[in-house]
Design a protein around this ligand. Structure first.
Ligand code: 5AD
Ligand code: SF4
Length: 421
């Protein structure tokens, strides 16, 4: 059986997709390069913003043709849109064979295999593929769901409350991924620094993972700013593999809006956290998320967000126009910032962010940085910048790069002799 996985949405969604594919491969399924080549499609969807959900719905609509070419084909729609719309989705799109909401993300592979077997009343023929994931950088989900109550966010309702995976399971999976060729692990959770197993916390987990043979780099995302403490910063600074990069979503620079959003910190507290991080971890690069046009946001409050971005100096930021999500507390508020104003604010904040990105890239020009080759001529720096070079390096190797120039989002340079065996 050949399965093609398509992911829309965040890294968590992408990790669910690749994990499902990996588990099904263990059961004898193979990966199909394209839908045309596939007996089954596994689509993970995102509903965090209305735009993402509309994209998912239109893709599902277009897959009607794929399915019509051979009714034996099997279409699975999983993820947050599946959770939110459930059987409404099946009704609207009768060509969908199976709807799996994101609360079932831990058992997608079992459920797909089961449903497929029941429908075809046969088990899939074994087509053995080289086991496991094959990329240099792999995500590892350490917790699912979210117990936060940010007023704009649909995640707690579609993914359910926080559920932490036990440390031993995470360590075993990390070892297996490293044995299969992974060099960098990105630990994933909606509020990843809320991870706990008894008295073990994320800082402790980083230290345990740090000593695993074969591991070159370790990252995690996304931490909640209100839960960042010196213990975590000390682990970031002290672990050989922990990268000097942190995604710290701020959302707004206005205390009134942060209150309405239920973020649990003020502007001052957030900036203080970023300052302490920078003091603890030399050379750390920060990125963030911003929402513009939250209900009742005034021009002056938006200006506070612009000011915060200038103070924070993130190397990148993901900026979004607020969209009301059904069932969230914020959806009760009037969505009163006009679309054109949201658009203008988004453009304004993106312009500020782009200046910081350009500056951060320019500052790297002339320096030597360590890159991890994800392909022979592409990789990332420890600080998370994309980098390209000409003379090929084996994927999975660390190599020193002399940065000679930068494009809008990428460093360019020359490789010096790879320094790790
Ligand atoms: N509207 C706009 N942006 C949102 N995000 C989450 N919910 C919404 C919403 N309703 C953004 C936040 C979050 C990122 C994953 O998506 O910035 O950090
Ligand atoms: Fe990921 Fe959130 Fe989208 Fe779900 S709703 S796929 S958790 S971004």
């Amino acid at each position: 059986m050949k399965l093609h996985a398509i992911t829309l949405g965040c890294q968590m969604s992408a990790a669910d997709g690749s994990e499902t594919l990996a588990r099904l491969r263990e059961r004898g399924w193979a990966a199909a390069e394209s839908p045309e080549d596939a007996d089954a499609i596994f689509l993970t969807t995102c509903s965090v913003r209305d735009h993402a959900e509309q994209r998912a719905l239109s893709l599902i609509g277009r897959l009607r043709e794929w399915k019509a070419k051979d009714p034996k084909r099997f279409l699975v729609v999983a993820g947050c849109v599946a959770e939110r719309l459930g059987q409404r989705l099946a009704k609207r799109f009768p060509h969908v064979d199976l709807v799996l909401g994101s609360k079932k993300a831990g058992s997608y592979a079992d459920l797909v295999a089961e449903a497929f077997a029941v429908r075809n009343s046969e088990s899939p023929k074994a087509i053995r593929n080289p086991a496991g994931g094959d990329s240099v950088v792999q995500s590892l989900t350490i917790m699912r769901g979210c117990s936060c109550a940010c007023s704009y966010c649909i995640v707690p309702s579609v993914r359910g409350p926080e559920l932490c995976r036990p440390a031993d399971e995470i360590l075993a999976e990390a070892r297996a991924r490293l044995a299969g060729g992974a060099r960098e692990l990105i630990l994933l959770g909606q509020r990843v620094n809320a991870w706990r197993d008894g008295d073990r916390d994320l800082a402790g987990l980083l230290r345990e993972l740090d000593s695993l043979p074969g591991l070159a780099r370790l990252r995690f995302m996304s931490p909640h700013p209100a839960l960042c403490d010196e213990r975590l910063f000390a682990a970031l600074a002290g672990c050989r593999t922990a990268c000097e990069w942190l995604h710290l979503p701020v959302q707004s620079g206005s205390d009134r809006l942060l209150g309405l959003m239920g973020r649990g910190y003020t502007r001052g507290q957030f900036l203080d956290t970023a300052r302490r991080l920078r003091a603890a971890v030399r050379g750390v690069v920060v990125s963030t998320d911003i929402i513009v046009g939250f209900p009742s946001e005034t021009e002056a409050e938006f200006a506070e967000t612009l000011g915060l971005v200038s103070e924070l100096r993130p190397a990148t930021a993901f900026c979004f126009k607020y969209s009301g999500r059904e069932g969230t507390p914020a959806a009760e508020l009037a969505d009163d910032v006009p679309a054109a104003v949201k658009e203008a604010r988004l453009a304004a904040v993106n312009a500020v962010v782009d200046r910081h990105t350009a500056q951060a890239l320019q500052e790297a020009v002339g320096s030597m940085v360590e890159v991890l080759a994800e392909t022979p001529t592409f990789g990332r720096t420890r600080t998370g910048f994309k980098a390209r070079w000409k003379s090929p390096v084996a994927a999975g190797r660390l190599a020193p790069l002399r940065v000679t120039a930068a494009t809008r989002r990428t460093l360019l340079g020359d490789i010096h002799e790879p320094h790790d065996p």
